[in-house]
Structures are given as structure tokens and as C-alpha cells.
Design a protein around this ligand. Sequence first.
Ligand SMILES: O=C(O)CCC(=O)C(=O)O
Ligand SMILES: [Fe+2]
Length: 265
Amino acid sequence: MIGNNLLPEIFGQRSIWNFALTKFRYYQSCRFDPTLTEHNEILTRLQNDGIVIQEGFFSKSQVQSILDEIEQAKQSPDRVEVERSYTDSGIYRIYNVLDLAPNTGLIADSPIVNSVFKAYFSSDVKRTKFFYEEKSEIGAESVSNLHHFDDWKHRVKAFLYLTDVTKENAPLLYVKGSNKQGIWRLWKEYEYFQFRNKTGNMSKLIDYTGSFLPHEVEILKRRHPFEEILCTGKAGTVILMDARGLHSSTVLEKGERRLLVGYWT
Ligand SMILES: O=C(O)CCC(=O)C(=O)O
Ligand SMILES: [Fe+2]
């Protein structure tokens, strides 16, 4: 019965105190070190805003070379389209795109991206996921359309837009500066602690954790000077994002959105 046994809540593995201690230890192991990159202007913007949009990071011909390889990859019998039973409505993915379309290494192994992320929080930073994603179902809803952050730990992402992304093509939405520590986020961070451990996600419910319902977003907006931006950009645009910041995907109104996505932790 709820309320009868306080001991696990106070002393248990998943107690708020254990979370506080785990978080403290984790951040002690992280180090912001600008000497690890030559791209300090990008690093500073990532630190201040949590988001960096670099138009023209790759040329039209580089993007085309990737798109050509991806068309081939879509026919390959070796393609992996579903990972750990994860599918999201209206979204198509190829998880082993780096093996099937080696030109995607332009972003996955970009020295600029990798060095900025190392400098941002750890020289041990690793790319943990990399996939191709296509959104083509007009009007499809998704849990990630709710404002959310991805984790209480550092998780940084790079997106390479392979098609032009206008306001109508489901641009990423990001709340500038929300990557910083703050009391407003603690309870949602603690939610993550309930569902995730070292070996990964403990539950399908992880999709909902860290999400803010519309009224909660409204309350945050009233209390904090948040500026929301829509990350639009032409094909070849690279976006670097600190996924601890508040963000959401948006509904596709027109056309399609094709991109490469990488996670680093
Ligand atoms: O697809 C998007 O625009 C953002 C999805 C998202 O929430 C994320 O990548 O963390
Ligand atoms: Fe997210």
C-alpha cells in the first residue's frame, strides 16, 4: 500500500538521495576542456545555448553523395530498420547506415564534431548511436513532440539535414539555454533515474520520462526567460545539440525530412 514503507524511499537504490549522490559523482568525472578542440566559437555557443546550427557545413555534392549511398542502403538485404523493437510513428530508420553508406562517416567521424563534444564534457566521449532517419508521414504525432529532455547525464547529438528543412518540414524545436542546471528540471531528472541504469533503459516507459505536458511548459515559460527556436536549415546544415536542454520534434506538415542522427555520451 502506498505510504506505508518509507525506508526504500529514503535509503533505497532509487531514492532521491542516491540520485543526488550519483549525479554529484557523475559531474565530478566530467571536465569542460576547451584545449581539446580548435573550434572554440562552436564550443562556446554549445555551452551557452545548448544548440548550434551550422548552415553549409557540408556542400550540396557531399550531401548528394550520401543520399546516393542511402538509396543503395535501402535495397540492401543487410539493412537494420528496427532496433530493440523500437519504432516511432511515421518514422523510418536505418541503424547500420555507417556500414552500408560509408560517406555518412563525414558527419559520424567529423573531427570538428568529435573534438567539440570531447571538449564539452569528457575526453572519453563516445559515439553510441548513429542512424539515418526519414519522416514522411504528414501529421503523425509522436511522444517526442512533447517538450522533453533526453537524460540527466550528458548526451550530445549531431544532426545532418539531408533535405531542406523549413518550418513545415518538422524542424527540431529547442529552448535556448535550457541545457543549464536548474531546480525546475530536478524532478524530471529524478524520473530518469527511476528508469535507466548503466546497462540502458529499464522500461518502455523511458519514452515518457523527462516529458513536460503543455501546462507544465506554460508554467516554465512564465517563470523563465526561455527562447524557443525552430532549427530550420538547408540540406548540408549540421546541428549540435546538448540533449539535456528542453526540446521536441514537431509535426511534419509538408514534404519529408531526411537526416543523419548521431548520439555521443
Ligand atoms: O527528431 C527531432 O526533431 C528531435 C527528436 C528528439 O527528441 C531527439 O532527437 O532527442
Ligand atoms: Fe529528445
